[in-house]
Design a protein around this ligand. Structure first.
Ligand SMILES: Nc1ncnc2c1ncn2[C@@H]1O[C@H](COP(=O)(O)OP(=O)(O)OP(=O)(O)O)[C@@H](O)[C@H]1O
Length: 271
């Protein structure tokens, strides 16, 4: 892996300065009568790596899906980079955001899913260049140059010409990581990115992500059941229960001396 060589060029978030990047204010999300996020407030500072932990169904993935605008909150507001994601200001009033506004704010956010979601009919290089060319308007040459750097960063240089079906799950997930970074997002969302992988492929993907976490200043919001990985990369860990943050702190504190009974129960089941 050659992350060290490429970081000066690769730093996806050159403006990471510790200012507030993500803000949830009173966010409520329900599915039918099931209140999944219960007036949730939290913030993430630029450049930080924040891991969301908590029992199944506590709302972690829902938070990432709200940030990707795959879902809309029923109440409350979400800001990314100081801009409302869910609303826009018109004539001094806050109104539901239109598609153009949402697309602009969303350019700052990249997501890697459990199931890779690569384009099956495109090779590795084109999977990575497609969005930068069509969404950011980069020239094909610019996008390819950047894609080659990212392919090196994720350790797949020899596989550049292959199609997703010719790659292992771990390699496909590394392509998905490169594809997300190619958009130079300010924040990278990682949703259980190793849970669909065969166990022997998990370590390779986590190593790539550790490398990215330690050698770039991209902001990360991570949902994972890999607690050692969470401990290695996190600045902060947020413990969710029933749609609320019940405890937060450094990984050292959270994993060795949690305060909340529910956190202790959860960690004793997963560690
Ligand atoms: N599209 C949907 N329609 C109905 N219910 C949903 C939908 N998406 C999520 N839910 C419900 O919302 C709750 C929270 O789901 P979410 O996936 O956010 O939890 P999670 O904390 O990420 O869980 P896990 O660790 O199992 O992935 C669950 O009860 C889930 O069944």
């Amino acid at each position: 892996m050659s992350a060290e060589n490429s970081t000066s060029k690769e730093t996806p978030n050159p403006a990471a300065d510790g200012s507030e990047l993500i803000r949830f204010d009173g966010v409520m999300k329900r599915f039918g009568s099931n209140v999944v996020l219960d007036h949730l407030d939290f913030t993430v500072s630029s450049g930080k790596h924040v891991t969301l932990i908590g029992p199944s169904g506590s709302g972690k993935t829902t938070i990432l899906r709200l940030l990707m605008t795959l879902l809309k909150p029923d109440e409350g507001t979400i800001k990314v980079g100081g801009e409302y994601l869910t609303h826009e200001e018109r004539n001094g009033k806050l109104v539901p955001a239109g598609e153009t506004h949402i697309r602009e704010v969303r350019k700052n956010i990249g997501m890697v899913f459990q199931q890779f979601n690569l384009f099956p009919n495109m090779g590795v290089l084109r999977n990575i260049t497609e969005a930068p060319v069509h969404v950011l308007g980069l020239s094909k040459d610019e996008a390819e140059e950047r894609a080659r750097e990212l392919v090196e960063l994720v350790g797949l240089t020899e596989h550049l010409d292959k199609y997703p079906s010719q790659l292992s799950g771990g390699q496909q997930q590394r392509v998905a990581i490169a594809r997300a970074l190619a958009m130079r997002p300010q924040v990278l969302l990682l949703d259980e990115v190793t849970s669909a992988l065969d166990p022997e492929l998990v370590a390779g993907v986590l190593d790539v992500l550790r490398d990215i976490a330690h050698t770039t200043d991209i902001t990360m919001l991570v949902v994972t059941h890999e607690m050692n990985f969470a401990r290695d990369i996190s600045d902060d860990v947020l413990m969710f229960d029933a749609g609320r943050v019940i405890e937060s702190g450094s990984p050292e504190k959270m994993f060795s001396d949690p305060e909340h009974e529910r956190t202790r129960e959860f960690l004793s089941a997963v560690l």
